[in-house]
Design a protein around this ligand. Sequence first.
Ligand code: UDP
Length: 244
Amino acid sequence: MKKTIDILGVPFLHTTRQAFIETLQRHVEQKSKTFVVTANPEIVMHSLQDEQYRGILQQADYITADGIGVVKAASIIGDPLPERVSGYDIMLDLLQVADRQRYSVYFLGAAEEVLQATVAKVREEYPNVKIAGHQNGFFDRQDPGVAEAIKESGADLVFVALGFPRQEQWIGKYLPLFDKGVFIGVGGSFDVFSGNVNRAPDVWIKLNLEWFYRLAKQPSRWKRMLVLPKFALVILRGKASRKK
Ligand code: UDP
């Protein structure tokens, strides 16, 4: 039985990063179709406003805490989560497993040059990974052709880097077409992996200030960050009203 922690209606898996990777490896071995969402506060807030998106999240087999905001929220609610399990970390860990086990991996999303650089780096650093195929993220998402090609490729793992909410919508829409495959939305991970966007240095991550580093590097993100104080407010209000 999987244990989940409810944060504003989103059931987050109570797991460590390592235990979760082992779980996903089991799914690959058993060829059981799996939909993973790595959700941050933005996704949680979006789900409150968009019923269709909420429905897609309900289709997910696992939702992990991507971002310290979610982990903090769980503690405030009094139902702590062990740690962050971000899309980027899952992707790195799964590439390692895929290299060991010779799994095949499909890369979907990002700009063509970022995608090419991502695939080249995987070939270089994880030489036993079978590249099932790749497709950049700028295609007609209503056209089932891409999903059909991925099915045809027989990929064990499918990294979907279309950004939120596109990646969850795409997986939710086409999942019924598949018989197997672990599908996971990884946001901007290809950009980070290929070196197109730098991840914050470790010390920033340890201090839980990665969000601040990203904001400083890409000031155009400030608007999106406004959702963070809103998320904090909703969580704190919820806690206050439960105390009454
Ligand atoms: N992206 C894509 N197709 C699109 C829009 C975006 O593949 O139609 C890619 C984009 O190139 C980037 C990733 O999705 O690699 C994440 O984009 P964004 O920063 O907008 O999303 P988020 O950080 O919210 O996941």
